[in-house]
Design a protein around this ligand. Structure first.
Ligand code: NAG
Ligand code: NAG
Ligand code: NAG
Length: 973
């Protein structure tokens, strides 16, 4: 054999099979062959529409058919899915195909013969040289009859339908394919086939073996006689070999050029005998977790690609340096060392690999600087340093990598500034990824970059305050993310000239000012996402290109109406948020044409008029937020048909009338109708048809009637606000069953979209906590709140409420509740806010309240409470307003002293003079109050320090707040 190259073999095969004789003579196809093909066609379901060309008498002219032009025999049938859209052949393989007695080449790959097995008659094509049935949906046992194809040279049975696909039990038949040089059985289930390698070893001519993802679990440790003389390509990756040693016979196959053992299940030992494989060019040992690096690795002088991902001991870096200090230095072009836990500086020896094109050090613990040595890798095209702990500087030498295409420094803590020098000669740079690297960029505005970047991901890197004007000449950008870059400048007009290839533009969380353009020009072949939220942009809503899928302009200073024609030509718009701007006017009916909408957020503007009633047009709508506008009219009936809706927020408008009698919104988890003028009773669907409900607010409306006790059946409800209505009657003791309030709420994903989630679409809501209404966003999921205040409720407060141990805020004020405050309120350990004011409660203030370490807001004023106010813990931090309007209370912080014996109030005449009272107050502060504050502080901080979930959520929240106000938080996780 002149050469081992697969390409050469394929060309040879092609030359042999191709009907060259066509040039010489022109025999038409035989009737017999034509009949065979038509028989085949009759049982095929041809979605690709290629067999429709099979008409006319000369079948040699049919698509996919090739003949020997001397004899007119069909020798070749190539029906590999020719359709780029993936349309395939399906159906049955008719045995009439056997009429093609001279067939040498059969390719049915990439079709979907789903569910049928490979017909055994294929073994009868005595002349067959080439058989390709890969990824064509065949299932079941590979028929042994294929062993009759004694002239077969090329066999591809790659199976994709894992775990239901092809399988093999006995491979003996393969040893009869004595002409075979190429075999691919990847994806074929070989978990019960134990003799495949033995069978292949009997084929002296075999050159290429693909056995990836084949569920193989055993491999012979040795072969009696290693026959493979020409084997150059062996892929055993992604198997389940459960063995600590790679079998020695592999290292005696001296012809091997390509050996792939990635995640093959081997672990532990790679023998030094690997140096026998002196022709090796490609070696993938990733996932093998070697205890020791084979010394001889460095003597593989033809090795160009070496993958040692997740394969080396974490202290093995310097040893690796010694091992590779041979001719590998000159030969290696690709070195992958990701996920080895190396905790070290990036070593200087790395700079000696002169021909390295790819260096991947992803996800180790490298710290320190990016060294000068990297700058010596003059052939480098891809440098991956993502997810390390690089925390110092970046050598300017990196700017000399003139072939560098991709630079990925994401997820590091590089405390340094990149300057023009770092980019000086990066002529080839296309892909710059600096997200979460903590880098700053200081590039002067008249700088002219040597590159044309396509992917520019610098979210969070500080560039500001000036808008980076060197971007002006970057005309090939497809992806640009400069969110949170500290830019406080005006958006230059030229910016809209560099967007014409973009599909993604993210510039939120800056303070970019200036006018929005009248229209945009973006890439026109793919869905486009544009996020300019949290800036200071002015002007009107721009005209959008038709392929915009997501547009986020929230929290800017945009104004004007939505143009009446807005929805006409943008039918792909799926995510649309313009909340917190100054838009006004009515919501135009052309929005009804946006039938792909999943999220519509028009909240916090000045829209007026009635809400559209075409919501039945939006079958995919999940997120509908029209809150805080001046919308009027009734609850739009068609909203109740939105079966996918998860969030509905109509709060703070002027809507009125009763709610509909029934809804089909079974997926709703957040319903906020607060601050409107809705009337009538709470409809039964709220408790019966919304099983996913997590948040319900009907605050500040004019609802009447009882609070239905079966609201307590809502298993996920953790925020319930029914305050400021005209509800009457008593509270059912069933409310003690609200299971989501019984435990501390878990941080849940409040992503409303499975396929896409974006910070611009975080539900925000005003919730009474800490004694006042605060707006919450992401942290909503961590709250458990019950608010029934300002209604006409009466009777006792059911003791069962104190079973809701997760409650943080309970507000029952402004009702007519009677009876005592049970001592069991002390069980509500997470309570921060307790407001029972303005009721008709009697009896004592329970001493157990002093055990509530988080309690920061207590209001018991205007009741008929009596006796000594308990002290200790947080109780010492409250002032007297907490107890005002209860004429029977005594003790600090009131000026009213208690009778030492029975704890009852001492007549006011016995209180000391003003001066005395003052001193008491000061003493109380220094002796009781201040320590109470300290305790309060430390309980909160102690909890934050101990509970990582809370801590994370808290600091994320702090971070967000800081970013929103332009302050950079020091807390980074
Ligand atoms: C290494 O590669 C060179 C050039 O491709 C080739 O001539 C030489 O035979 C190879 N060495 C081995 C041991 O295969
Ligand atoms: C970088 O991290 C290493 C390892 O954690 C540490 O020893 C070194 O002091 C850090 N350097 C700086 C500048 O913080
Ligand atoms: C970053 O470096 C500066 C000095 O260049 C130093 O003052 C600062 O503390 C460093 N920050 C961190 C987080 O290491």
């Amino acid at each position: 054999m002149a050469t081992n190259s697969i390409q050469f073999q394929l060309v040879l095969l092609f030359l042999c099979i191709h009907p060259w004789s066509q040039l010489l003579s022109n025999a038409a196809c035989t009737r017999k062959d034509r009949k065979a093909l038509l028989g085949f066609k009759a049982e095929i379901d041809d979605l690709a529409g290629i067999l429709s060309s099979w008409t006319g008498s000369d079948c040699c002219k049919w698509l996919g058919v090739g003949c020997d032009k001397k004899t007119g025999h069909v020798t070749r049938l190539n029906l590999r899915r020719p359709d780029p859209l993936g349309k395939t052949l399906q159906g049955n393989l008719s045995s009439s195909l056997l009429g093609l007695r001279h067939l040498r080449y059969l390719d049915l790959s990439l079709n979907s013969f789903g569910g049928i097995s490979i017909p055994s008659f294929i073994g009868e094509f005595k002349e067959l040289r080439y058989l390709n049935l890969s990824k064509s949906g065949f299932v079941g046992r590979v028929p042994d009859e294929l062993g009759n194809l004694s002239r077969l040279q090329y066999l591809d049975l790659q199976s994709q339908s894992f775990p239901v696909g092809l399988y093999m039990i006995d491979a003996l038949w393969i040893s009869r394919l004595t002409s075979l040089w190429y075999i691919d059985m990847s994806g074929v289930n070989l978990s019960n086939c134990f003799n495949l390698l033995q069978a292949l070893n009997m084929l002296p001519t075999v050159e290429t073996i693909h056995l990836s993802l084949s569920q193989m679990n055993t491999i012979p440790q040795s072969l009696p006689h290693t026959n493979f003389r020409y084997l150059s390509f062996l892929d055993l990756s992604l198997n389940d070999f459960d063995s600590t040693e790679i079998p020695g016979f592999l290292f005696s196959i001296r012809s091997l050029k390509h050996l792939d053992l990635r995640d093959s299940g081997f672990r532990g030992i790679v023998s030094d005998a690997i140096s026998n494989l002196s022709s090796l060019e490609f070696l993938d040992l990733s996932g093998i977790s070697m205890a020791k690096i084979p010394r001889s690795l460095g003597s593989l002088c033809n090795l160009t690609i070496l993958n040692l991902e997740n394969a080396l001991p974490s202290n093995g870096l310097s040893e690796l340096g010694q091992v590779l200090d041979g001719c590998a230095k000159d030969s290696l072009q690709e070195l992958r060392l990701a996920m080895n836990g190396f905790s070290d500086h990036i070593p200087d020896w790395i700079g000696d690999f002169k021909n390295l094109r790819i260096l991947d050090l992803y996800q180790n613990n490298f710290y320190g600087s990016i060294p000068e040595a990297i700058g010596r890798l003059s052939s480098l095209e891809i440098l991956g340093l993502s997810r390390n702990q690089l925390n110092e500087t970046v050598s300017e030498n990196i700017g000399q990598l003139s072939r560098l295409i991709t630079l990925d420094l994401t997820f590091n803590t590089l405390n340094t500034t990149l300057t023009e020098a770092h980019f000086a000669n990066l002529k080839s740079l296309k892909h710059l990824d600096l997200y979460n690297s903590s880098l700053r960029l200081n590039l002067s505005s008249d700088w002219f970059p040597p590159f044309q970047v396509e992917y520019f991901y610098t979210r969070g890197c500080q560039f500001g305050p000036k808008f980076p004007s060197w971007l002006r000449n970057q005309r090939k950008i497809q992806y640009l993310d400069m969110s949170g870059s500290g830019i406080t400048d005006a958006m230059p007009d030229w910016f809209w000239n560099i967007t014409s290839h973009m599909t993604e533009l993210y510039m939120s969380d800056n303070q970019i000012s200036g006018k929005m353009p009248k229209s945009f020009s973006f890439a026109d072949n793919e869905p486009v996402h544009i996020d300019l939220s949290y800036n200071r942009l002015e002007g009107a809503l721009p005209q959008l290109p038709p392929n915009v899928e997501g547009l986020y302009l929230s929290t800017n200073s945009l104004s004007g109406p939505i143009p009446p024609t807005f929805g006409n030509e943008i039918s792909n718009l799926t995510y649309f948020s313009i909340s917190s701007n100054n838009f006004y006017g009515s919501i135009p009916s052309s929005l009804c044409k946006l039938q792909k909408l999943k999220a519509l957020d028009l909240s916090k503007n000045q829209f007026s008029g009635e809400i559209l009633d075409c919501w039945d047009k939006f079958p995919d709508m999940e997120y509908l937020d029209l809150a805080s506008n001046s919308l009027s009219g009734n609850f739009p009936k068609s909203i109740s048909l939105l079966g996918s809706l998860k969030l509905l927020d109509l709060s703070n408008n002027s809507l009125f009338g009763p709610l509909p009698d029934s809804v089909e919104c079974v997926s709703v988890n957040t319903l906020d109708l607060s601050q409107n003028n809705f009337t009538g009773k709470i409809p039964s669907w709220i408790s019966e048809s919304l099983p996913m409900l997590r948040i319900l607010s009907l605050r500040s409306n004019s609802f009447i009637g009882d609070i239905p006790s079966n609201i307590s059946n809502l298993q996920n409800l953790h925020i319930l606000d029914l305050s400021s209505n005209n509800f009457s009657g008593s509270i059912s003791k069933n409310f003690g069953n609200l299971s989501s309030m019984k435990v501390a709420p878990a941080e849940q994903s409040y992503a409303y979209f499975d396929d896409f989630s974006w910070d611009g679409l975080i539900m925000k809501m005003w919730v009474m906590t800490k004694g006042r209404y605060l707006e919450y966003g992401k942290l909503l999921s961590l709250l458990a709140v019950m608010d029934f205040s300002e209604n006409n409720l009466l009777g006792q407060i059911p003791e069962e409420i104190t079973d809701l141990h997760g409650l943080q805020s309970l507000n029952l004020s402004g009702n007519h509740f009677t009876g005592n405050i049970t001592d069991k309120f002390g069980d509500l350990r997470l309570l921060e806010t307790l407001d029972l004011s303005k009721n008709e409660l009697e009896g004592k203030v329970p001493a157990s309240l002093s055990g509530l370490n988080f309690l920061s807001h207590l209001n018991l004023s205007y009741n008929h409470l009596q006796g000594r106010i308990p002290s200790g813990g947080q109780m010492n931090t409250f002032d007297d307003s907490v107890y005002a309007g209860n004429d029977g209370l005594c003790g600090l912080p009131l000026k009213v002293k208690c009778d030492a014996d029975n704890g009852s109030k001492v007549p006011p005449t016995e209180v000391g003079d003003n001066g005395d009272g003052h001193i008491n107050g000061m003493l109380w502060y220094f002796l009781g109050g201040a320590p109470g504050l300290v305790i309060g502080f430390w309980t909160v901080w102690g909890a934050l320090l101990l509970n990582s979930r809370w801590r994370h959520a808290y600091f994320t929240y702090v971070d967000k707040l800081c970013e929103k106000f332009g302050i950079r938080s020091k807390y980074r996780f």
